[in-house]
Design a binder for this molecule. Structure first.
Ligand SMILES: NC(=O)c1ccc[n+]([C@@H]2O[C@H](COP(=O)([O-])OP(=O)(O)OC[C@H]3O[C@@H](n4cnc5c(N)ncnc54)[C@H](O)[C@@H]3O)[C@@H](O)[C@H]2O)c1
Length: 342
């Protein structure tokens, strides 16, 4: 794709969305690596984000430049319509979502609103304004759990948590528009992300925060649940690759291929932090906790040349180094986290 492109990023003040915006803003060394073509001209980016508890503009404070920012709820049809009319995006990359499984178990309502209704509002505006590409960021959790083997893009969708069900509904909605209306969308299903700026409700930054607070790391159940970890820089490079080279109407798994039991991930993290291996405790398991996720990501590698670069041990080192420098930011979320995990 040549020339300047106008890209609208939803959820751009969140963890992964902001990493994607920072990448778009010009870390050329990252872009030049495996898979993603060099950008001939920097794109014109605009960001929409409601700034829920999970959104934070600090993530977007980049020396590389600023982007037009709209503090807007994606469910607000009138405002979304006005933003499309003003920004005239050619590409929409849709990250905005309620993203935490535990919160969806306590209260699913905002997940249904944002993840399903919000996606519908964006599809309507994208169709009306004839965007040329709509990239929907789905999740590996739409497939449900898998005890052995890997999910391919053709595996059935069997979500288990309200979060996963709401993402699956949106994923299916996008598929319906692709088929019925030739809507020019691409669906990406990444595995569990971690890295700088992740909100400390998720396992890895929560564990780091607990250690900074002299506490113990909570491990659900017996710690046997397996996740496939994907370092966030690898994820956004994959999204960039698919945005440039992916085929309209296709679904791409994007897995980090670093499979690890939660208890092993926590022990590796404690080692990386240089603290005692005993600083963890089992806590009551999450309801309906999926035992294992694992993606078959050969399609994106074979067709588009993307592969993850960062192994778990290295990614944890990078995350710990970043966290040590950003302790005040992590600690500023402590009150909310203590409320969540009372
Ligand atoms: N984090 C992961 O491990 C992971 C893995 C696979 C897929 N995903 C998907 O990637 C996307 C980004 O995840 P994340 O971890 O960065 O999430 P996040 O919770 O860190 O960020 C979500 C962002 O969306 C914004 N938002 C929420 N509701 C909104 C609304 N109604 N209108 C506008 N903005 C709203 C929030 O303010 C926040 O900035 C999500 O769609 C998620 O489902 C995440």
């Amino acid at each position: 794709m040549k020339g300047t492109r106008r890209i609208l990023v939803t959820g751009g003040a969140g963890f992964i969305g902001s990493a994607f915006v920072r990448l778009l803003l010009g870390s050329s060394s990252v872009i030049a690596r495996r898979g993603a073509p060099k950008q001939s001209q920097p794109p014109e980016i605009s960001v929409v984000d409601k700034l829920t508890y999970a959104g934070d503009l600090k993530r977007l404070m980049s020396p590389k430049g600023t982007v037009p920012f709209y503090k807007t709820d994606i469910c607000n049809k009138k405002q979304i319509e006005a933003i499309f009319a003003k920004e005239k995006p050619q590409i929409v990359v849709h990250f905005a979502a309620e993203s935490h499984v535990d919160r969806s178990i306590s209260n699913a309502a905002p997940f249904i609103e944002t993840n399903i209704k919000g996606t519908q509002v964006l599809i309507d505006s994208a169709r009306k304004h004839k965007v040329s590409k709509f990239i929907f960021i789905s999740t590996d959790e739409v497939y449900g759990e898998i005890a052995n083997g890997k999910f391919t893009e053709n595996s059935p969708i069997r979500p288990n948590s309200p979060y996963a069900a709401s993402k699956a509904a949106a994923d299916l909605l996008v598929q319906a528009y692709i088929r019925t209306n030739k809507f020019p969308a691409i669906i990406i299903r990444p595995s569990n992300n971690y890295g700088p700026w992740q909100y400390p409700e998720k396992l890895i930054p929560l564990a780091i925060l607990r250690i900074f607070e002299q506490g113990k790391v909570p491990v659900y159940g017996r710690g046997q649940n397996v996740r496939e970890w994907l370092y966030v820089d690898d994820c956004v490079r994959g999204i960039m690759t698919i945005m440039h080279k992916g085929k309209i109407g296709q679904i791409y798994n994007l897995g980090g291929s670093c499979e690890s039991k939660n208890i092993d991930t926590v022990k590796l993290l404690l080692k990386t932090l240089g603290v005692s291996q005993e600083r963890w405790e089992f806590v009551k398991d999450r309801l309906g906790h999926d035992i294992r996720y694992r993606l078959d990501s050969r399609k994106v590698t074979r067709e588009l040349g993307w592969k993850p670069d960062v192994r778990l041990a290295q990614g944890l080192k990078l995350t710990v180094a970043w966290s040590l420098k950003h302790q005040p930011w992590l600690k500023s979320k402590l009150k909310d986290i203590n409320n969540l995990y009372k």
